[in-house]
Design a protein around this ligand. Sequence first.
Ligand code: HEM
Length: 228
Amino acid sequence: MSWLLKSSIGRKFIMALSGCCLVLFLLFHMCMNVVSIISIEAYEAICGFLGTNWYAVLATGGLALLFIVHILYALSLTLKNKKARGNDSYAMSSSLSSVTWTSKNMFVLGVVVLVFLLLHLYDFWFKMMFAELFNLHDIVVLPEEVGGHMAMLFGSPVKVALYFIGIVALWLHLTHGVWSMFQSTGLNGRTWYPRLKCIGNIVATIICLGFLIVPIFFLAKHFLCGAC
Ligand code: HEM
């Protein structure tokens, strides 16, 4: 078991596994959010169903653990790579033609996604789950109020622009993440690698388009029909 924690391939495997679970969460979260543009009542009902019970809190804890493991291992891999390359890091990375802009900036993209996530958790999770759990009556947004909350939030072009930047960074991070996951797990043969990469790119694009459409829909609604 210790190879999982100590060896480079073990670390990459944990990165890939935690990344895979996070992608499944994103797929679920995106599908749930798309419901909000079809029927806000249905979306509020889903938020109420997922609710603020101890199962939901447990699931949030598990999710947080996944994020933490993924981030800590990313940090450790990046530091190890830097150390291994030493002063030659620039020369080495620029000489490898297969190393794309996204792969060189995977860590930076991860940081942009993390900053976006903190902003997003403040916008929703803090005001919904956290505020309800700790009886913060002044700021709590109840499930039946989430439609109004989203309309207010995404009525601001600045907020929508911030979400746009965060989601584009997520797309770049995911499209490269899927590539490196296949490298780490050894699924990088000539036949399957291009196919899996293509599937990965399609999944990342569907996830990010699904996320993007929500704030854009609410912003368009705000400008086109005001309070209607
Ligand atoms: C842009 C469209 C998005 C909308 C409308 C949206 C909406 C929401 C809502 C309403 C919640 C609170 C759920 C609750 O506490 O009951 C939530 C939580 C959360 N969102 Fe999003 N989200 C979006 C994008 C994203 C993206 C792109 C990510 C990841 C990078 C993300 C990650 C999370 C996480 C980790 C939680 C906490 C989950 C939990 O409480 O267990 N969301 N989101």
